[in-house]
Design a protein around this ligand. Structure first.
Ligand SMILES: Nc1nc2c(ncn2[C@@H]2O[C@H](COP(=O)(O)OP(=O)(O)OP(=O)(O)O)[C@@H](O)[C@H]2O)c(=O)[nH]1
Length: 904
């Protein structure tokens, strides 16, 4: 082994960033101290190609945090390796996360790989040319988003996914592909995010690289491109390193070290030192080149140039080929790497692969946008095409304008756009206040610019911009397109909001820019809720402020105040979701409040049409007289068949909108609506100061408030249509008709119509029904299916063995497992070696993984994990998301109500 050389991947002393008296200092290795008031921003335009915005996706406990900590350490960002088990990691920085040892909140961290001082300078690629050296020879900026792994946080995962250009999927080499990994993998597929797979924990007994590769093929729906194979001591013993299929090298880590010292063996050395591994490496190389030739013409050419010698194709040609496949063809092929992060093995080559294989922001797919209800891509928007299309559809009935005139009108509106960004995370930082993490998609977000929030329709300034390094930050003057940064000092922006800046000093951007949305997502309804009570009246204000902050961080939480009982209810996606919210509220934000029992969010619905109910509200509100009326009819509504539009007000129809499973239609015949020169819809029949939109919103909010509280059990209404009519001659009373009075009238009339139906038993209770995907071994399949269908009242939708290919994906590639290359696992190797007894003790490959898909009432899934574990000797896992709300049978309703207690 003497001929192998040792490579020190990163020098620890090389990059220490220290904060002294509020000044940033950078200490290059071996040199004196240099002081900077701030580190010069590294995001120059030409650096975009050397940037990777990536995320780590995985099942809970697969090792995301452990791997991230090593990445930060090897990049020189931290000086010691954090330990999840000790609670000292950098990325899991919420106290609640540290206590639970799981990642709750996405944190974005910037670091450089390879560290700047060990890479050669210059020579970075440009998007149009292929580099002449591996990209990992040059330092790149990596913005790493640590995504959460628990099913309750799916929306946090989705929100993080939208802003990524690439992802590393970490698998546990013992557990293989788990249900949740599969789910997140396919969600990333929706956004066409190129992904590579890292099989971790290969040091653990029972880990099986080959078996996991096969699972990648069958469950993730792509061809595994095995880029590394494990190096096991003596061929079947401890995991000591990896053999690199691309570079035809063996990488051997020093046992027990911090992983920086790696012995590198070329193929010749491997052939003499470890011929079995060398042979397997050659087989893997043949398989890799063959696989790439299926998808990439260029590699076929290189292969022919090399006289069809798989081993002679250059590593750079192979990397470029994999990259082309990933970027241009989606994940038809899935590059696979090996490691054991906890033992400090495998992380540096993984980082090289992030740089070498995953795309820069310039190469990632054009993001979807919506503007004025029209969908398209950002490029189309910026070129003006999208708005032209919109104007063509809306103006088709009115005066026809020439296409050229439309084009110049939309161009001038789009030219005003200076930047657009997505706020993907809001974090309340004890030291710096509320931090809003943004990904900028076009233009450049400058310090102090006015940002318009198109979700909330508010403008606010961006007083400070930061670049984040875990818990440390560097101030910058701007965040250009393609980059990730933090805005400090925003008062309104929430996770998921689109923020734009535009030319001119107007408080709102020109239409339709004010409706621009980047990669919009639908958040499903929350299915659990709990009451939140302040300890005293004096604590109420602080509690509400803390709740408001929680909602900015995580808009998949909802807060409602029951206007009759005054009770505050917090709703969320899962029990753990609400438990974490409670922790945040009480322990982190220090609200003096307590949370009641976590309960299932049932819904109420109507089964018949109500008579028309007219109500005139006539009372003082906050010392001012208010009088207004309206007529309401309530009836059953089927959301699946409805259009969701809240178009511009017309003469009769002020609004048609579907929200939370209900539909609200607001009519006002004879209102004489016209649009003034400022583009505002007005009516001479409305009192002064109230335009049509204000009246519409007031009525709409009144209906929504009434629907939040069902007439029989106080659960929110669902599958209900409210048709509200505002008759200007009967329901408007001059200046006494304030917007609060309109809202109160709408609420009164809707509640009263609902009560009418309750009095004739024309209401029903609905329950959340979940779409459940369960992963079990063949052995436990029968017991689990029986339990779901008989004890839990579930309906089995399908039983797939592991050959199934996911549906509706851009990459639904049919993979024949028999044709997938995977190196043999130790227990599969010939029985002549001493490994046969070892093989017998490892989990058998004959016990196939099976996937059960079922629809089950949520109530029957509470506490299911524990039960599943007991049915499957601890190996079963499941994920679920809401499918629909379903009306209960009379018998089930009776049983559920009896259990809930308090209802008769
Ligand atoms: N043996 C072994 N254990 C590992 C390895 N990587 C991680 N672990 C352990 O696996 C457990 C989970 O690791 P984490 O890094 O917290 O996993 P995670 O995916 O971040 O988990 P969440 O934050 O809960 O989503 C910890 O106890 C780690 O020490 C590995 O390579 N080998």
């Amino acid at each position: 082994m003497g001929a192998a050389h040792t490579r020190h991947i990163s020098s620890l002393a090389a990059r220490q960033i220290l904060l002294r008296n509020g000044r940033w200092m950078l200490r290059p290795s071996g040199k004196g101290l240099r002081c900077f008031s701030k580190i010069a921003p590294r995001w120059q335009a030409d650096e975009l190609q050397r940037t990777r915005n990536i995320g780590i996706i995985a099942h809970i406990d697969a090792g995301k945090t452990t791997t991230t900590e090593r990445m930060l350490y090897y990049s020189g960002l931290t000086r010691r390796i954090g330990d999840v088990d000790e609670g000292s990691t950098v990325t899991d920085f919420l106290p609640a996360e540290r206590a639970r040892g799981i990642t709750i909140q996405s944190a974005a961290i910037t670091f450089h790989w390879p560290p700047e001082e060990v890479s050669t300078q210059g020579g970075g690629e440009s998007p149009s040319t292929v580099p002449e050296q591996q990209r990992s020879a040059v330092s790149h900026t990596i913005n790493l988003i640590d995504t959460p792994g628990h099913a309750d946080f799916t929306f946090e995962v989705l929100r993080s996914l939208r802003i990524l250009d690439g992802a590393v999927c970490i698998l546990d080499g013992v557990a293989g592909v788990e249900a949740q990994t599969e789910q997140v993998w396919h969600q990333a597929g929706i956004y066409q995010i190129p992904r590579i797979v890292y099989i971790n924990k290969l040091d653990r007994e029972g880990s099986a690289f080959g078996r996991t590769v096969k699972e990648v093929a069958s469950r993730l729906g792509g061809w595994p491109a095995v880029c590394q194979i494990p190096w096991l001591e003596g061929g079947n013993g401890r995991f000591v390193g990896v053999a690199d299929v691309v570079n035809l090298q063996g990488l051997l880590w020093k046992e027990g070290g911090d992983g920086k010292s790696i012995k590198v063996f070329d193929l010749k050395q491997l052939e003499t030192e470890n011929s079995n591994l060398a042979e397997e490496l050659k087989r893997a190389r043949v398989a890799l080149v063959e696989l790439l030739s299926e998808y990439d013409e260029d590699i076929v050419e290189k292969f022919l140039e090399q006289d069809e010698d798989h081993l002679a194709v250059s590593p750079l040609d192979i990397l470029n080929s994999i990259r082309r496949c990933l970027v241009e063809q989606g994940n038809k092929i899935i590059p696979v790497f090996a490691g054991a992060s906890f033992r400090n093995m495998g992380v540096q080559p993984l980082l090289d692969s992030v740089v070498n294989l995953l795309p820069s922001p310039v190469e990632s797919p054009d993001p979807e946008v919506s503007i004025g209800g029209i969908k398209g891509s950002l490029k189309q928007l910026l070129s003006g095409d999208l708005i032209v299309a919109q104007k063509e559809t809306t103006e088709v009935k009115g005066k026809q304008k020439k296409k050229a005139a439309l084009q110049s009108e939309s161009q001038s509106s789009i030219e005003k756009l200076q930047s657009c960004a997505l706020a993907f995370k809001v974090v309340n930082d004890a030291k710096r206040g509320v931090l809003v993490y943004v990904r900028v998609y076009s233009g450049s977000m400058d310090r102090n610019c006015l940002l318009y929030n198109t979700n909330l329709n508010v403008s606010e300034r961006a007083p400070r911009l930061l670049k984040m390094y875990a818990n440390d930050a560097v101030e910058v003057d701007s965040i250009p397109a393609g980059h990730i940064g933090v805005v400090v000092g925003l008062k309104h922006a929430r996770t998921g909001d689109t923020l734009i800046s535009y030319a001119g000093n107007k408080a709102t951007p020109p239409e339709p820019l004010n409706t621009l949305q980047l990669r919009p997502i639908d958040v499903p309804p929350p299915v659990f809720f709990a009451s939140v009570e302040p300890h005293s009246l004096a604590e109420e204000k602080k509690m509400q402020e803390s709740l408001a902050l929680l909602l900015r961080e995580d808009p998949s939480l909802q807060v409602t105040v029951d206007e009759d009982s005054g009770q505050t209810l917090l709703s969320g996606m899962g029990e753990l979701h609400l438990e974490i919210a409670r922790d945040r509220l009480i322990n982190d934000l220090k609200a003096k409040a307590s949370m009641g029992r976590i309960e299932i969010g049932f819904r109420e619905s109507v089964t018949a049409q109500s008579p028309a109910v007219t109500k005139i509200f006539d009372k003082e509100i906050a010392g001012r007289k208010g009088k207004a009326g309206c007529t309401v009819v309530v009836e059953p509504f089927d959301a699946a068949k409805a259009a969701d539009t809240l178009g511009p007000p017309s003469e009769h129809i002020l609004a048609i909108k579907v929200q939370d499973g209900n539909q609200i239609i607001i009519l006002s015949p004879g209102l004489q609506v016209s649009t003034n020169n400022k583009g505002i819809a007005e009516s001479p029949l409305l009192p002064t100061g109230i335009d049509v939109t204000t009246a519409r919103n007031a009525l709409y909010n009144g209906c929504m408030a009434a629907l939040a509280r069902g007439p029989q059990f106080t659960f929110p209404m669902h599958s209900t249509r409210v048709t509200l009519t505002l008759d200007p001659t009967e329901h408007i009373f001059g200046n006494e008709t304030t917007s609060s009075a309109l809202s109160a009238a709408a609420r009164l009339a809707t509640s009263s119509a609902l009560r009418e139906l309750a009095s004739t038993s024309s209401t029903a209770l609905m329950e959340p029904v979940m779409n459940v995907t369960i992963s079990v071994d063949e052995d436990s399949l029968g017991a689990v299916v029986h339990d779901i269908s008989s004890s839990r009242g579930g309906h089995i939708v399908s039983l797939d063995d592991d050959q199934g290919v996911p549906s509706s994906e851009e990459e639904a590639t049919l993979v024949d497992p028999a044709k997938v290359y995977a190196p043999p696992d130790p227990f599969e190797t010939s029985s002549s070696s001493s490994s046969s007894s070892l093989g017998a003790s490892l989990p058998g490959t004959a016990n196939r993984a099976r996937t059960i898909t079922a629809k089950v009432p949520l109530k029957e899934m509470v506490g299911y994990l524990k039960h599943l574990r007991s049915l499957t000797s601890g190996r079963g896992t499941f994920v679920m998301h809401i499918d629909r709300f379903d009306t209960m049978t009379a018998q089930r309703q009776k049983a559920v109500l009896a259990e809930l207690g308090g209802y008769s």
